[in-house]
Design a binder for this molecule. Structure first.
Ligand SMILES: [Zn+2]
Length: 324
């Protein structure tokens, strides 16, 4: 496992309380240090504006650059400060850097970045009628997707953040070479990501409130595994949010270490680039290390008992995407 981290990610900070704050990375660092996992730390490369232009429109990039000249909220949820530009460019560059390394070395490449990215879309930032940018400035994982396309015909990105990765979906909507599989809680921010919302290669695992490990593991086994078996990627990109962990704070899902360790373990066959998205408290402290340990050590699960509602949703998804 390699960690990609820079103190510049602590510089993007709110004036007053905000759930998306530098302490998130301090929580992660402490949790990994306690487990002896804070090692192989790589200093990430910073992106250039020309890299951003492969994902976002120039007008939007200019808007963010100008906004970062002041300490301000750019919408109801999303703040910037003078240092945010450097943080955001380094976060975007970090995701690209991870892909460059991941194609050379099969391993888990963990991009511990801020600000997060998966809600940021192409044109105006805000994607699919979302009310805001949801704490995101540039779509870091989208930068990784574009870099990965230089090496592979098809690129697979999976997003287990509790919120729909509407920005990532918007940026690659209509591009069937990008497979985007997104787990999210239905009925919360940003409002998009219906089960039947697809262009053919976007898979929305929209789950009801209060789902647990078994619900998620069942959906992974029945939906994600057949797609992985079909695509046979060498590299898997992950929008790694940990806010579906029980009591993390922004949602109702009830995941524990079990699901994250399971997913880490299921991805051991691939080189993985995991780009941090959300996760605000206990999810970072316990979910993220479980994911890493699952990848490094493996993790077995047996006797999965999903709810009837989730079985129904999964059945629908398997029909929509012709999975067998
Ligand atoms: Zn989230």
């Amino acid at each position: 496992m390699k960690i990609y981290y820079d103190d510049v990610f602590l510089q993007h900070k709110p004036n007053g309380y905000h759930p998306e704050n530098p302490n998130r990375l301090k929580i992660i660092r402490k949790a990994l240090e306690e487990r002896g996992l804070w090692q192989n730390v790589v200093k990430p490369k910073k992106a250039k504006v020309e890299d951003l232009l492969k994902v976002h429109d120039e007008e939007y990039i200019d808007f963010i650059r100008k906004s970062c000249q002041n300490e301000d909220f750019i919408d109801s949820d999303t703040y910037v400060c003078r240092e945010s530009w450097d943080s955001a460019l380094t976060a975007f560059g970090c995701a690209i850097h991870c892909v460059e390394d991941a194609v050379e070395n099969k391993d888990l490449h963990l991009a511990l970045v801020r600000p997060p990215g998966h809600h940021a879309g192409k044109k105006k930032g805000v994607a699919f009628n979302a009310p805001s940018l949801g704490f995101c400035l540039f779509n870091n994982v989208a930068g990784a997707v574009v870099k990965a396309k230089e090496f592979f015909d098809r690129v697979l990105v999976t997003d287990f953040d509790v919120h729909h990765g509407n920005g990532t979906q918007e940026i690659f909507w209509g591009d069937l070479s990008i497979i985007h599989i997104d787990f999210h809680e239905y009925g919360i921010y940003p409002g998009s990501g219906y089960v039947d919302e697809t262009d053919g290669s976007k898979v929305n695992i929209a789950l009801p409130h209060y789902c647990n490990d078994d619900d998620y593991i069942y959906a992974w086994n029945e939906v994600v595994e057949p797609i992985l078996a079909d695509v046979k990627p060498k590299l898997v990109l992950v929008s790694a949010g940990f806010d579906a962990f029980k009591d993390d704070g922004l949602a109702t899902m009830e995941l524990t270490e079990k699901f994250y360790a399971f997913v880490g373990s299921r991805l051991r066959d691939y080189s993985v680039v995991a780009v941090l998205e959300g996760g605000y408290s206990i999810g970072l402290e316990r979910g993220l290390p479980a994911f890493v340990e699952g990848y490094v050590e493996g993790y077995d699960v047996e006797g999965v008992r999903p709810s009837a509602k989730v079985v129904e949703i999964v059945k629908k998804l398997r029909e929509i995407h012709d999975l067998r």
